[in-house]
Design a protein around this ligand. Structure first.
Ligand SMILES: Nc1ncnc2c1ncn2[C@@H]1O[C@H](COP(=O)(O)OP(=O)(O)OP(=O)(O)O)[C@@H](O)[C@H]1O
Ligand SMILES: [Mg+2]
Length: 317
């Protein structure tokens, strides 16, 4: 099965890897390419709160959260705005303000509580099934691994919450005067939020670990640090049961005759590319994308990347 056939075969295409290796570029390339090939509604979204998809697609009218691309009638883009989403989620829980201070107070400062909200939005969209395909651009590895470890995190948070109520009823009295809410109401609010999130997370996990529907495309570059991070990411994805078949090696130096700097870079890349094949090609398919001599931005540039990505992906030296 070619890379294109593999992509067209999946419903959820997640693109991840180290910071700056071209995740957003590859996700935008894949989404625009399949939108041109399929007569189906496609959602391109990012788990990264930075508005990078609109930069990559070179969308003029910045600042919108959700929009369709005028060049297509079936491609929609969703970018996160956590502050708006926090408000929406709070309204749903009948609160005007965020439960974050309460969660922090009740559970002790847990890392990544605010990330929870952006994760919640991503997972809700995965479950909503409004689109027949989703291409999901992710933030760099660490953030993505926290997203994937959510099922365990939620389980332990709900557990801790239940324990807190049993053991800290005295403490709740002072908590009550501190935040001016009835103790039970504050407790219920946080517990309901965590329980609902746990359910969302569990249902989303089922989809993201389903080999028939999902593929995680790992993007890397031929640099040692990136290769090492790729290795760690692949091990983690395997542990979480997320299906991975393809690694895209991006920004490979090729050509550039007569430039000593380029020649040296090319030598490094050739060596690292050989290492990538040696380490990963038994288990994974590898697709190569060269470093373009221009900024990859906008539909024209993305279609050039698509030409390489879906046109075989192996280049002559
Ligand atoms: N093959 C390529 N040739 C030349 N430039 C590229 C290529 N791929 C990506 N770029 C450029 O590299 C920069 C980083 O790419 P991109 O934003 O896609 O990376 P990212 O992995 O999403 O970064 P982040 O981790 O910050 O989200 C962008 O300016 C993009 O245009
Ligand atoms: Mg990005």
């Amino acid at each position: 099965m070619s890379f294109e056939e593999h992509i067209l075969d999946k419903r959820y295409i997640i693109v991840g890897g180290k910071g700056g290796v071209g995740k957003t570029t590859i996700a935008s390339t894949i989404a625009t390419h399949i939108a041109g090939r399929l007569d189906e509604d496609i959602l391109l979204m990012s788990t990264d709160p930075a508005h990078s998809l609109s930069d990559s697609l070179d969308v003029k009218d910045k600042g919108k959260n959700f929009y369709s691309l005028e060049e297509f009638d079936n491609l929609y883009v969703l970018e996160l705005d956590p502050s708006k989403e926090i408000k929406r989620i709070m309204e749903k829980f009948g609160q005007v303000e965020s439960p974050l201070p309460y969660i922090d107070l009740m559970m002790g400062n847990m890392p990544g509580v605010d990330e929870l909200f952006s994760f919640q939005i991503v997972l809700e969209n995965i479950l909503r099934e409004e689109f027949s395909r989703m291409v999901i651009d992710t933030a760099p590895t660490g953030h993505t691994l926290r997203l994937l470890s959510l099922p365990e995190v939620m389980e332990s948070w709900v557990g801790r919450m239940l324990k807190v109520h049993l053991t800290l009823s005295k403490w709740f009295a002072s908590f009550k005067s501190l935040i001016g809410l009835g103790e039970d109401r504050a407790y219920d609010m946080v517990l309901n939020f965590l329980k609902e999130m746990r359910e969302t997370v569990e249902r989303a996990r089922e989809k993201l670990t389903c080999e028939r529907e999902t593929t995680f495309i790992v993007v890397t570059i031929p640099e040692e640090m990136a290769i090492e991070e790729t290795n760690r990411l692949l091990i983690a994805l395997e542990n979480y049961g997320i299906p991975v078949k393809y690694i895209v090696v991006n920004m490979i130096y090729r050509g550039f005759e007569g430039c000593p700097f380029c020649k040296a870079r090319r030598k490094v890349h050739t060596k690292n590319l050989e290492r990538i094949y040696k380490v990963f090609s038994d288990e994974y398919e590898i697709v190569e994308v060269p470093l373009m001599p221009y900024e990859v931005r906008g539909l024209k540039a993305l279609s050039n990347i698509a030409g390489v990505l879906f046109g075989g992906g192996h280049m002559a030296n």
